[in-house]
Design a protein around this ligand. Structure first.
Ligand code: WTA
Length: 653
């Protein structure tokens, strides 16, 4: 019996347009196929060739050293991440090109050229040194989306300090735990940030809890909103006081290829946060490669990735990837729905954004507010769209394609994880035809596969577990301070085969395309069939009245378990359908028709919003607990909005 039964039917196929393909970095499908086959045979050689596109202070001697489950890449090489993002462009035609074009939520704007960005990084790097920060020290970053967040990361990288960015929306407790776990010495933060029309405090919110971080010696505070901010004598210092007096030149440390570049905490949707450790040479290699090819990046592009710097996407595809490639990065400070739900569309029209990379949760939210808003704006500058973070439901994909992409932009659905560091599975846009709902093929040099519990490759369309069969350069090196957890979480399930287990369920179709079926922890078991949540949810979302859905199982005496679907309706659908019971029946029958009676939900509950992590992933665990025990327990520090749970609970009573 297969690990997970697949029920989704989707057969639409979109070939790259000739116009797009003829200019694309990868434009010859058979050459691409050949490259993938070669790289599959010799992945280390493939990645060593890519690593040569970086600037190495000392060349590496050997590509990979693999002592299961610990990998080292580009042994003997010396390299610096900041130098690869900045100095390599100085003295070239890119020196005075915009590296960052930034817009604040109130509409204020700044542009930093590569030269200007590099001078700012050098000043902060010297400032950090003057505070006693040395190679190997950990520096916390707790900031909003302003250029200084990028400057902070690069300044750390320049001197060999390891950054630990904590999402600016997290609580003081979450910040404290992460800084304590990583033993941070200095914190870079700001007085406040503009969000949904007002200045919300960052430093002020965490001020008193900083006393509970024994390793913390200094906090450097940037003024962004000029709000009143408590400062502690001897510990806290204003950014301008520190940086104002520093020299704008600073040598880039020659760092070992395996030098820790950053620690980033991830909790997934369950459990205690893990400090994912990434190092330098391998990470940069895969991030640079994937940014160049996946987004088909060119010098004339203006590239907007909406991810916050607090997530891995903000690390790899706001900061390191685009800057290593000399791109112009557009960065926006505030909420996507301020002053109205069309802020992104107005930014695209105003700045002539050509590449736009966002998450399915955002796409579904935009769909919910209707087509009129994007249609009001000129989105013709767009030439490529990307998606990351969750499976994108085919209907959301179609909407993104038609309404945002004007039917001519390829969509790169990118599967990867905080742990993988960089994109692993994605359609290279000039050569791989796309199908709505799949991230398609592993990129060259990535040996991803769908296997059963014994590590045997699944047959076409048989649901199984997504694994990576060979180390890859941007892979996590460990869980900071906890090798055992690293080994147990990622490498214990397929110890015999030495495969990395992603935690995702998936199937491969007859073309080898990988369809993510959801986290294995979320799989629902109905009458002996194990179904991936993503497929049932996609079927529900394909009904034109539905904006979003989350499916969980509750114990059922007869069937073992019964499906409960939490459904968010599109604007207007609720008002237009006053008889909610009839609507429930309609949706149940819809699912039965779309994928078969087995997946028909026993219960449908309408909700105004679903519980999500702060990066937008639906927290099914909480819904499962709620329908099973009526309570929710465990870690909820990553939950975005507590009132959502309260509301769902009341609806139940
Ligand atoms: C999910 C984000 C389907 C998946 C970069 C993965 C996806 C987890 C996709 C990692 C995608 C991410 N299609 N599912 N294109 N991208 N996921 O660590 O379950 O925040 O394991 O990294 O998100 O999330 P993380």
């Amino acid at each position: 019996m297969s690990e997970i039964s697949s029920v989704l039917k989707e057969s639409r196929l979109f070939k790259p347009s000739t116009d797009f393909a003829k200019r694309a970095h990868f434009h010859n499908p058979s050459a691409y196929k050949k490259l993938r086959a070669q790289a599959e045979k010799r992945p280390d050689k493939f990645w060593a060739d890519q690593a040569k596109h970086l600037y190495w202070q000392k060349p590496f001697k050997k590509a990979l050293e693999w002592k299961f489950p610990f990998a080292k890449w580009f042994i003997g090489g010396k390299i610096n991440a900041a130098e690869n993002c900045l100095d390599v462009h100085l003295g070239s035609e890119r020196q005075n090109k915009a590296a960052i074009i930034w817009e604040g939520e109130p509409g204020d704007a700044r542009t930093l050229t590569y030269l200007q960005l590099s001078l700012e990084v050098n000043k902060l790097a010297n400032g950090l040194k003057s505070l006693g920060v040395k190679k190997g020290d950990v520096v916390g970053v707790y900031m909003g989306m302003i250029p200084e967040a990028v400057i902070s990361m690069l300044a750390c990288a320049r001197i060999g300090a390891t950054h630990n960015v904590v999402f600016g929306g997290f609580s003081g407790e979450a910040l404290r735990d992460r800084l304590n776990n990583s033993k941070a010495k200095v914190l870079l933060t700001q007085d406040g940030a503009f969000r949904r029309g007002s200045a919300s405090a960052l430093k002020g919110n965490v001020h008193s809890i900083l006393d509970q971080i024994p390793t913390l010696e200094k906090a450097v505070v940037l003024k962004r909103t000029n709000q009143d901010t408590p400062m502690k004598d001897g510990r806290d210092i204003w950014w301008s006081d520190l940086v104002g007096k520093q020299s704008d030149s600073c040598k880039a440390e020659a760092l070992d290829s395996e030098h820790p570049l950053f620690i980033l905490y991830t909790s997934g949707s369950t459990g205690k946060p893990k400090g994912i450790l990434h190092t330098t040479g391998g990470y940069l290699t895969q991030v640079k490669y994937t940014t160049h090819y996946t987004f088909d990046l060119r010098d004339e592009d203006i590239y907007f990735c909406t991810a916050d710097i607090g997530w891995v996407t903000g690390h790899s595809y706001v900061t390191y990837g685009p800057l290593m490639n000399g791109a112009t990065v557009f960065m926006y400070e505030g909420a996507p729905n301020y002053p109205g739900p069309d802020r992104f569309w107005s930014l695209i029209a105003k700045h002539k954004i050509s590449i736009f990379y966002t998450a399915p949760t955002a796409i579904r939210a935009f769909m919910r507010s209707g087509d009129d808003l994007p249609r009001k704006h000129d989105l013709t500058s767009l030439r490529l769209l990307g998606s990351v973070g969750e499976p994108i439901n085919p209907e959301a994909w179609m909407w993104y394609h038609d309404v945002i992409g004007g039917k001519h932009c390829p969509i790169v659905d990118t599967w990867w994880q905080t742990e993988t560091g960089a994109i692993m599975v994605t359609p290279m846009p000039g050569v791989v035809p796309t199908k709505p709902g799949t991230a398609t093929l592993p990129i060259p040099g990535i040996l991803a596969d769908v296997v059963d519990r014994n590590g045997k490759s699944c047959k076409a369309n048989e649901g199984g577990l997504l694994v990576v069969k060979h180390p890859w350069p941007a892979m996590l090196r460990t869980v900071f301070g906890d090798k055992e957890r690293y080994t147990k979480t990622y490498w214990a399930d397929f110890k015999k085969n030495k495969f990395y287990f992603s935690g995702d369920g998936a199937r491969k179709d007859k073309d080898g395309y990988i369809w993510i079926m959801g986290r294995v922890d979320d799989v629902v078991n109905v009458s002996g069939h194990r179904l991936g949540t993503a497929e049932v949810e996609s079927a529900i979302v394909s009904n034109h009245k539905v904006a979003e859905a989350a499916v969980v199982a509750r114990p059922d005496e007869l069937k073992g378990s019964a499906l409960v679907a939490f459904v968010t309706l599109k604007a207007g659908a609720k008002a237009g359908n006053p008889d909610l019971d009839a609507l429930k029946t309609e949706l149940k029958n819809w699912v039965a028709k779309e994928i078969g009676p087995i997946a028909k939900p026993d219960d449908i509950r309408f909700a105004d919003a679903l519980p999500k992590t702060r990066s937008g992933k639906i927290m099914r665990r909480l819904l499962r607990e709620m329908v099973t025990t009526g309570k929710t327990s465990g870690d909820t520090s990553t939950l975005e909005d507590f009132s959502v749970l309260e509301k769902l609970r009341q609806d139940e009573e």
